[in-house]
Ligand binder design. Structure first.
Ligand SMILES: Nc1ncnc2c1ncn2[C@@H]1O[C@H](COP(=O)(O)OP(=O)(O)OP(=O)(O)O)[C@@H](O)[C@H]1O
Length: 449
């Protein structure tokens, strides 16, 4: 085939020729106001008039994210459900308005664009979603679905669009003769291919892929990923690839960003990230992949505890409330062992993971019988008194749960909140040890102080 109608790149624009990143995020932040139920956020204060005020509270879904995406690369974005991956992807495409921060695409601040420039940039940036079932209109034929974005952007005439749609169907691995079929006639993997053809119809440079293979059978995933890689090469595409599955991320990414509670906690070349992870959260994620090696049954940093609410995230490092490597506060003199024991005791009290018992037994169980020295030891002793079944007579609260809460507050305030992990937000650039490309390795962890 010849001519524009069959040419896979539309016009002369052959991607981005600039030297800089294709996309640059500078402090991108997205907060949502919480809106769950009629009385959500309603506060009662009898000393005020009116006594009811509405404090909707803000969900800090994405908080101060800065990174670059380079032309032609795939940046993988990984993290547990709810950490803000989709929100970040949608904010980049301005499907959501950022609360703060700037997004530069080919050097231009997206906030400064309007009219024709904005329209063109919108067609340059496309998105494909997880669920190929619900993102395809069941009443539209495949051909119409693929042509729809071209029509919306006023590209080509009817004939040209049809020719291009058929060509694209072939490119994504479908039979162009199926142009007049409806989506229900296709399997999940084929539907995701239709989605790909639709996203590519307007000749984008950048595609946000939001969990594009998560809904597919594992056996189909690799085929779709391979097609995406081939199309990336052919169309000169840059991908932001969102997934919670590390094996998918490992398959497709050049560099990987790890997200936790709205922050990027680690970003490095793929090989470096997998071989030399430097953030305890990344390590825990990697350790949670099942490994068929019996020698690795020691399960290093298995993730414990709940993810805190994004409406009230921890200060400093957001992972610190679950971190197995929380750093000892400087003002006490600890040996490594004393701190490790105290940290374990603090966590156990906070989560109430042990049955009430006499003070001596608590000491034996958590501290091998010997409390830390100095002031830290006195604080630990006081906390033990609070929760022990034979605690001292001076205890103020009789109520058991109040005493556990008091012990938790005492330990957290004296130790956890005094750690550098709670006091400063970490951000360190390290030397890369593995891989050829990227030489910097970003790790948001104070262990690299
Ligand atoms: N429109 C919205 N209004 C209020 N809160 C929202 C909205 N969209 C997302 N959130 C909240 O923002 C946080 C981040 O959600 P997001 O969907 O970006 O996470 P995710 O990492 O993509 O998770 P998943 O993999 O489950 O989609 C969550 O706490 C979520 O409940």
């Amino acid at each position: 085939m010849t001519g524009v109608s069959s040419g896979i790149r539309l016009g002369d624009d052959d991607g981005y020729a600039g030297d800089g990143p294709l996309l640059e995020l500078d402090g991108v932040t997205k907060y949502f106001s919480q809106e769950s139920g009629l009385f959500a956020g309603l506060q009662y204060d009898p000393d005020r008039f009116p006594p009811f005020t509405v404090d909707p509270g803000l969900v800090k879904a994405v908080d101060d994210v800065s990174l670059e995406i380079r032309p032609g690369e795939t940046l993988g974005l990984v993290g547990e459900s709810g950490c803000g991956k989709s929100t970040l992807g949608r904010t980049i495409l301005r499907l959501l308005e950022p609360t703060e921060g700037d997004i530069y695409f080919k050097g231009e601040n997206l906030a400064d664009l309007d009219g024709e420039e904005l329209r063109r940039t919108r067609s340059d940036m496309q998105m494909i979603f997880q669920d190929p079932q619900s993102s395809l209109d069941p009443r539209m034929k495949v051909g119409q679905i693929v042509e729809e974005p071209m029509r919306a952007h006023g590209m080509l005439d009817d004939e040209g669009r049809e020719a291009r749609a058929k060509n694209l169907l072939e490119k994504v691995g479908l039979d162009p003769r199926h142009y007049n079929r409806y989506p229900h006639a296709f399997s999940g993997g084929q539907r995701q291919r239709i989605n790909l053809a639709r996203a590519l119809s307007v000749d984008p440079d950048f595609v946000v892929c939001d969990e594009p293979v998560s809904a597919l059978d594992v056996s189909i995933q690799a085929q779709v990923l391979n097609t995406m890689e081939r199309l990336q090469e052919e169309f000169g595409l840059t991908y932001l690839f969102i997934a919670h599955d590390l094996s998918v991320i490992r398959h497709i990414s050049d560099r990987v960003a790890v997200m936790y509670l709205g922050h990027i906690v680690e970003l490095a070349d793929k090989e470096e990230l997998f071989e030399n992870p430097q953030h305890p959260y990344t390590r825990a994620l990697l350790d949670s992949i099942p490994v068929p090696d019996p020698r690795r049954s020691d399960a290093r940093g298995v993730l414990e505890g709940e993810v805190p609410s994004p409406a009230d995230p921890p200060s400093g490092c957001r992972f610190r409330t679950r971190c197995p490597r929380l750093i000892a506060p400087d003002q006490y003199e600890w040996t490594d062992e004393e701190w490790a024991q105290t940290r374990a005791f603090m966590r156990a009290v906070k989560r109430r993971t042990f049955e009430p018992m006499p003070a001596a037994e608590i000491q034996a169980e958590f501290f091998d019988g010997a409390l830390p020295r100095g002031q830290a030891g006195s604080i630990v002793e006081e906390a033990i008194e609070l929760v022990a079944t034979d605690g001292g007579a001076g205890r103020e609260a009789d109520d058991e749960s109040e005493r556990w809460a008091a012990a938790t507050d005492l330990l957290l305030e004296s130790f956890a909140e005094e750690s550098v992990c709670a006091r400063e937000r970490p951000a360190y650039e390290l030397e890369t040890e593995y891989g050829e490309g990227e030489r910097t390795h970003f790790a948001a962890c104070h262990l690299h102080r």
